[in-house]
Each structure stands twice: as structure tokens, then as C-alpha cells.
Ligand binder design. Structure first.
Ligand SMILES: *Cc1c(COP(=O)(O)O)cnc(C)c1O
Length: 462
């Protein structure tokens, strides 16, 4: 299995290389050269099996000979051992034909744990064998950073530095980054906003002497291994609802398009998915694109579902690549236009291709709050604001197939929005009930490249 760039100019890589590299050298994103297909019988045989066993069967064809079967089973077992629910991604019924897939039982209460826990173990196994270490630096508005720190803490082949905007993440998010005490993880509170964090991160990657000197690696959502990990719960939930004998629909609260793109891969692998519904909040570039074909940047308006507050959606490039029949040159041109002109128009043919696989909807702030209230009253289920965006849009797309809405975070991670809607502060799960008592460890850093690089150089374990 080889991985090629969406912009067609970077060398093809193995799974291991694509995972350790992240972004391709031509600025593109890695995608599998061909998408393996599972037979109907193979899909039917997943019914009733554990999440870990389904994960092994679904991901195995993508990893080539990066890991032996025994190694890979071991990696998967370690990745999901710390989850607080035996099913890992349990389904809850909301209505006659509407189900919620709860993806928030991992250690940091958001779906990002599914991918981050797995790639933590994959990095460790691959690097230990190569006798190498890497330095991971990430920027976060909350969920990615806490998932990364939690996943990589204590792994001896990796140092992790997470930049977050000082004073601009929720208290739960901050504490999840600052309370792990392993010496290889470092929470850095930067004097600036999230865009400053991302800009300094980009600067570090563009400083090649620094980048090579500390062996910088990225684990942001464009990393192919993260997308792959997310394919699994489409299979586990569809099979539980009768696939491959029944067609199942999915609605996905979307920001950078990583989670829903995993659904597209599942469909291409042969899982009978009917609709794949993109649910956006008021930052609706993806919904506007699906409606009109115009992919145009507008400023970000901060919302109560902050993990979906995006101006451009990085993984959408992968969907475009397939919609444009794997024409790397066309993608490179569109991405250049996005950078220089702030947007582009999707061609008629590509838009039609996108509409064959995806539909979309948008949810306002008021609708988000009203949905949290209505669901609590109708079912007792307390939704986080991101999951509420999904449920609202899913309700507009219910049809004959079972609909699965992905619940991307636990309500306790976003207590302000939830208490605004239902008047209660959702409690943290028992296993982390002492989060507010644990001691914090954080370094305040200036918005300055040289100072950040000096700190990273000084702290890494040589
Ligand atoms: C990251 C995140 C999203 C958006 O996921 P994408 O893969 O970026 O589309 C939605 N909800 C929550 C809670 C998140 O943390």
C-alpha cells in the first residue's frame, strides 16, 4: 500500500513514512493510492465482534508491512484500554430511526482520542524499532492538544509541546493539558490567540534547521493515520444496525473535515452508507460550498461549538481530490487560489461528484441551544454543543435508513453552553472527577519564534 499526495508532486510513501511525515512536501495531503474494498461477507463477519477486532480488520489493509499482525493487535489493545466504556463507541437511540454514536468515552472526552491514542502507540512502536526520537509540536484551540498530551505522555520516543492561546480555552480543556505530569509532555500557554499559535507552529516547520535539528513531527488532523483510525467506528455502528444487509446514513458535526472524510473512506471500502451529512455551525464554508460550489473564506465568528469554528477546512482537500478524479494539478491550482484570492469555485463535474457522496446542513447558535434542551426533554440525553449541531441537521435528513449522528464530545467538556440550555452543570465522569483538584504544570510563553525554539531545544530529552 502506497500513499500519494493530493497535489501530485511529492514522492509516494509507505504507511509508516506518511504517518511520521504528516504533510506532503508539495503542500498536499497523503491519500492511499487505491482504496481497499471489503467484501459483503467480510463486513457481515464483523457483526458482534469487539471494537478492537473490528479496528484490526478494517485498518489492516492500509498499513502494509509497517506492523506485524501481532504488533498491530497489541497497538490497538493499548490504544483503547483507557476508554471508559466497554463498547468504546456505543450507540444510544434518540428516536424511531435515529441513533447517537457516543465518541466521548476516551480519556479527554472527545472523539479525537480515537485517533490520537492509536497514533501515540503507532509512533512509539515504529520509532523504537528505528531507534529514533521525534519532537511533536502542535497548536490547539482545546480538544486536539489535550488528546495529544494524554496519548503521548510517558512514551519514551517522543517529546510533545502543545501551544494553546493563554486564557482562551475552557477550564476543563486547560486542566486536561496541564495536569498530566510525565516529563515528556509540555503545555505552553502562548500570549496570543489561536491564529498566533498556528502561525508560530508553521514558522517552526518552515525553519528547516530547527525542524531537522529537533526532528519535528506533526499530529494535526491532516495526518493520514488519524483519518484511518476514524474509519473504524463507521463500521462498528453500521454493522450493529444491520449493515451490510441494511444501508445506514451518518451525520457528522464538521470542522476540518477529518471525521466525515473517514466516513467517505468507509463507503469506498464497501460499507453501504446512504447519506453522509455534513453538519456545520454558523461557520458554514462547507455548507455554502455544497449549496453553491463557491468555496470562499469568510472570517470566523466564535460560536458555542468552538471546535468547529474554522475558516478553511484542511481535510476537504482530500474530498476534492477524489471529486476531481485524482487530478493533483487541478487541486494544486485550487489551493493556490484559496491562498491568494481567498477562494475558488468547484467545477460542475466535481460538485456533482461531491453531491453524490455528501449532503449538508447548517445550525445556528439558537438552534444549537434549543436542540440541547429538546433532546434532554425528549430522551434524557444531554448533548455537547457540537453533537447538538449534528442532531439538529440529522433531523432534517431522516429517511428510511437508520441515521447515526456522531456525538463528538462529552457535555462536561463544554459546561457553559450546556448549562445555558438546560440549567445544569453536567458532571465529569467518575474516573476524572478529581480533575479540578489535580495540580497544574504549564509554561507561559511569549508570541515569539526564537524564544519558542530555544525552549523546545532546551527541554527535549536528547
Ligand atoms: C475536532 C472536533 C470536531 C470537528 O472534527 P473535524 O474532524 O475537524 O471535522 C467536532 N467536534 C468536536 C468536539 C471536536 O473536538
Amino acid at each position: 500500500m502506497r500513499y500519494i499526495s493530493t497535489r501530485g508532486q511529492a514522492p509516494a510513501l509507505t504507511f509508516e513514512e506518511a504517518m511520521l511525515t504528516g504533510l506532503a512536501r508539495d503542500g498536499g495531503l497523503y491519500v492511499p493510492e487505491t482504496i481497499p474494498v471489503m467484501s459483503r461477507d467480510a463486513i457481515a463477519a464483523l457483526a458482534g465482534r469487539s471494537y478492537e477486532e473490528i479496528a484490526f480488520e478494517v485498518m489492516r489493509p492500509f498499513i502494509g508491512d509497517t506492523f506485524t499482525d501481532a504488533e498491530f493487535r497489541d497497538i490497538i489493545a493499548r490504544a483503547y484500554a483507557g476508554f471508559g466504556h466497554a463498547a468504546r463507541a456505543p450507540l444510544v437511540q434518540l428516536g424511531p430511526n435515529h441513533f447517537l454514536c457516543e465518541l466521548f468515552h476516551g480519556p479527554t472526552l472527545a472523539f479525537k482520542d480515537f485517533a490520537m491514542q492509536l497514533i501515540g502507540q503507532m509512533f512509539q512502536t515504529a520509532l523504537a524499532r528505528r531507534n529514533e526520537r521525534v519532537t511533536i509540536v502542535g497548536a490547539t484551540s482545546g480538544d486536539t492538544g489535550s488528546a495529544a498530551i494524554e496519548a503521548f505522555q510517558g512514551l519514551d520516543a517522543v517529546d510533545v509541546f502543545i501551544l494553546y492561546p493563554h486564557g482562551r480555552v475552557s477550564e476543563v480543556q486547560r486542566r486536561q493539558m496541564t495536569t498530566p505530569n510525565a516529563s515528556n509532555v509540555h503545555a505552553l500557554a502562548l500570549a496570543g490567540d489561536f491564529d498566533d499559535c498556528q502561525a508560530r507552529l508553521k514558522d517552526m516547520f518552515n525553519d528547516f534547521e530547527f525542524r531537522d535539528g529537533v526532528r519535528l513531527a506533526g499530529v494535526n488532523s491532516i495526518n493520514w493515520a488519524r483519518v484511518l483510525a476514524q474509519v473504524v467506528y463507521y463500521f462498528s455502528s453500521a454493522v450493529a444496525l444491520g449493515a451490510p444487509h441494511r444501508v445506514v446514513d451518518f451525520t457528522v458535526p464538521t470542522g476540518n473535515f477529518g471525521d466525515i472524510f473517514a466516513g467517505y473512506i468507509a463507503k469506498r471500502m464497501g460499507l453501504p452508507i446512504g447519506q453522509l451529512v455534513i453538519a456545520t455551525n454558523q461557520n458554514d464554508i462547507l455548507h455554502r460550498t455544497m449549496v453553491s460550489g463557491a468555496h470562499t473564506k469568510e472570517g470566523v465568528a466564535p460560536s458555542i461549538s468552538p471546535s468547529m469554528d474554522i475558516q478553511v477546512s484542511s481535510n476537504f482537500e482530500r474530498a476534492l481530490y477524489f471529486a476531481y478524479d485524482q487530478d493533483g494539478a487541478a487541486i494544486a491550482q485550487q489551493m493556490e487560489a484559496l491562498k491568494t484570492d481567498g477562494g475558488f469555485t468547484v467545477s460542475q463535474g466535481a460538485l456533482q461528484a461531491l453531491r453524490e457522496d455528501f449532503t449538508s446542513g447548517r445550525c445556528s447558535e439558537d438552534e444549537t441551544l434549543a436542540t440541547i434542551t429538546a433532546q434532554r426533554d425528549a430522551t434524557g440525553e444531554v448533548l455537547c454543543p457540537h453533537s447538538a449541531v449534528g442532531v439538529k441537521v440529522a433531523e432534517e435528513h431522516l429517511g428510511a435508513n437508520p441515521m447515526v449522528t456522531l456525538a463528538t464530545a462529552h457535555p462536561a467538556k463544554f459546561p457553559d453552553a450546556v448549562s445555558q440550555a438546560v440549567g445544569i452543570h453536567p458532571p465529569l465522569p467518575k474516573r476524572m472527577a478529581d480533575l479540578y483538584e489535580r495540580s497544574e504544570r504549564v509554561t507561559e510563553v511569549p508570541n515569539d519564534l526564537a524564544a519558542l525554539e530555544a525552549l523546545v531545544r532546551d527541554r527535549i530529552q536528547k
